[in-house]
Ligand binder design. Sequence first.
Ligand code: IVH
Length: 686
Amino acid sequence: MEMMDEKARILQLRDELHQHNYRYYVENNPVISDQEFDFMMRELQDLEAKHPEMFDPNSPSQRVGSDLNNEFETVAHTRPMLSLGNTYNREEVADFWQRVSEGLMGAPFQICCELKFDGLSISLHYEEGRLVRAVTRGDGVQGDDVTANVRTIRSIPLQLPKGGDWPRQFEIRGEVLMPWSSFDRLNAEREKAGEPLFANPRNAASGTLKSKNSSTVAQRGLDAYLYYLLGDGIPGDGHYQNLEAAARWGFQVSKNMRLVDTLEGVFEYIDYWDKERKNLPVATDGVVLKVNSLAQQKSLGMTAKSPRWAIAYKFQAEQAETTLRQVVFQVGRTGAVTPVANMDPVQLAGTQVRRATLHNADVMASLDLHVGDRVLVEKGGEIIPKIVGKADPPTSFRGSDEQCSIKFVEYCPVCGSKLVRYEGEAAHYCPNDTGCPPLILGRIEHFISRKAMNITSLGPETVDDYYRQGLIHDAADLYSLTPTISKGEGASAVAFTPPLEGKGEAKVLASIEESKQVPFERVLFAIGIRFVGEIAAKTLARYYGSMDKVMEASKESLMQINGIGEVIADSVVQYFANPVNRAFVERLRSYGLQMEIGEQQKQARSDKLDGQSIVISGVFQHHSRDEYKALIEQHGGKNVGSISNKTSFILAGDNMGPAKLEKAQKLGIRIMNEDEFLNLIDSLSS
Ligand code: IVH
């Protein structure tokens, strides 16, 4: 083929494949065989390989994703992504109807009834008919840019059909979800591989969409329904009509939306789908009701959190009735003790259930259960169902109270330590974090996790294995592991045993070795001081500069630090008061882990913002808010929450709140942007 022809052919193939893709994944009505489709795709891939200058991220060939690691950029939403108010019964739905009617001063209105899809919301931006950006909801103001991953979802069009009446620029929102069939397949694979299962399709969809690797996403079979079109120049004044238009442009829009103009119509829709939803290929957790007219939506407006023109109605979770036989107590990796009920097996939402959680001592007491009681079991969002109450009548068999009443344990069922209950927490904990096996495992898992020492070639299952085999007793033992096949002398007592040999073993050892370079602040996070999260560890590391100084710090000294309260201060002091912990840290030191902040950070510290009170506001591009907070503190400044005449200046990102802006202007306080601030501390520290 001539050069020009090849380029034209690439464009032609892309067009055709986009169309076939739509017919297959949105309309479920393919007009060519899978084989023909693959054949065309291969031709396209070959031609694209020959013409790298023709690369297009929206080419159908890009649907397979890539193995490149992508970090997500945080981006601000063009329009905030609000959530919906919830209702749980007919009365609350009727109240909504009434509010809308009053808000519209008695004018007639239509409600668009839709299914509430149980996945995660996504905002898609199109320009000139091409997908340009896909952003997760995040906190509603800003979210993660997950475009590369979203491109692999086959039902999302990358290129709209040419000549359509779509606006040049618009946003469309919807739900990314994992159909039951993909979910079941994924969990079956994970079970086989000994990996933890996803509790429900929503978690699976969310975990998948946030995967760093778009080829993983491509394989997991995600799907999407779109339910909200936004932007200037969208075609109609009705929500329903706009979604009809979106469907014409190639978006997957639910076929189960209905326009109704009476409250009875709403109830009929709810009742119908409460039953019928069990036959849908995707999970739904309710119904969404929206005022259809955009003009009426506008006149109803929003509250701070959600629109006044829409509401969600949540379906009741399915329940089943069975008999309670026994309650056992499980100790989790954090030391939390959970009461778990063993029951007669019963069928619930498609699976057989024989165990259910009772959450904690308070829930257990309020249920006042006895062995032999008939109980109601419900499946929430978790893998393990819960007991929500007693059935009517509650008793099928009850012996004497002594035989049958159930009490929460006082001592750890694993190690026998007396349980403690921290103020404000519902759970009882085993406090023996250096001696109780599940807690020790929890600490090791935390130690190796990505945000701590990042020894990710070692999964939780392998750690469990090593621990059970007696190869390791705590996280420091990881550093004494040596290869199975030792090369001459120096092989130590602790060695790998099969099956982890060869390549896998070398990889584990290499990543353990690499972790010795992990910066001190993450070492401080990794050792697992209760309540010392990533941010607190960072703050402590930067403030004290070394492990020795943190170890010596008194409660008073700790509490002087901005961001460190009494709970953390007490916990740090307590941790280092325990000789087992001190010995653990000393062993880590002897293996060469970082016990001080790096030279660069030392230099970066100054007292140039000494005495300054700085307010942070808005959304930033270069660093997160927490990082700015840390930077201010590193340079001796103080980050304060609200503007007053004592405020030295405001570090402002995008979308600074109008109230703050007005106050700052009134008090004549300087507003500094990100770049100015970075310049300032840069010039100050050099
Ligand atoms: S409309 C302002 N429609 O439910 C309108 N949301 O609790 C906002 N959801 O964050 C959303 N199905 O993730 C809308 N048919 C539907 C929906 C739906 C599921 C989710 C969405 C949203 C949450 C609100």
